[in-house]
Write a new protein. Structure first.
Length: 216
């Protein structure tokens, strides 16, 4: 299920990439990293990793363990936000990625609180950010931003309103389109009782194989 869902996610990215590639003059402003990758000679398949960049989900292919000290060694990263090294990884269970592999978010800059479990599976994780995007999730690891981040996740319309003050309408419209694309193509739905569910998920923290543990 997890690997099949990853394939569907990549397929959605590739199909959307092919759709907008033919009209760069229309889409370049709202998909700059995608077109920048095409311009430096990367294939459509490679550039499609950046199609969900506007919503904080730059795909990684093939999956790999990131090299940050705070990254669990028993994990494979499948996406990053594009900011400050924040990345999302699937945990290995019995040495491999399976349907029930939890998702861990690693925020390298938040020393001491770098890792947070953000889904019991890839599907649950994708559902978490399905209305807001995935940039803001790193705020869940910071004590002074957690409450605000939870409020945005519960009431995404407030985030759209705030974004409208700093982003142009085209960027907001594009982000909302991509989120809707994911919700429709992957049958995503928002979480209920987000704070309680996040608390429950931290029971998976004991599974993290962290290099930092050896230094303590």
């Amino acid at each position: 299920m997890t690997l099949k869902l990853m394939e569907k996610l990549r397929k959605s990215a590739e199909e959307e990439s092919a759709r907008i590639k033919t009209n760069p003059e229309i889409w370049q402003k709202v998909q700059p990293t995608f077109f920048a990758n095409l311009e430096i000679g990367r294939s459509l398949e490679q550039a499609s990793n950046f199609i969900f960049d506007p919503i904080g989900l730059i795909l990684m292919h093939p999956l790999k363990t990131e090299e940050y000290e705070s990254t669990p060694r028993n994990s494979s990263a499948f996406a990053r936000t594009g900011g400050d090294g924040v990345h999302f990884s699937l945990l290995h269970l019995d040495g491999q990625i399976i349907e029930k592999s939890p998702v861990v978010m690693t925020v390298p800059d938040n020393y001491g609180e770098e890792n947070l479990i953000v889904g019991s599976s890839l599907y649950e994780f994708l559902c978490l950010g399905s209305r807001t995007g995935y940039f803001l999730l790193e705020g869940l690891t910071y004590s002074d931003r957690r409450k605000e981040t939870l409020e945005y996740l519960e009431h995404p319309e407030a985030l759209v309103k705030e974004d409208s003050q700093v982003l142009n309408k085209e960027n907001i419209k594009r982000s909302q389109y991509l989120l809707q694309l994911l919700r429709d193509s992957l049958s995503l739905h928002p979480w209920r009782n987000i704070e309680n569910r996040l608390s429950e998920l931290q029971s998976f923290q004991k599974l993290l194989d962290l290099p930092s543990k050896e230094r303590k």
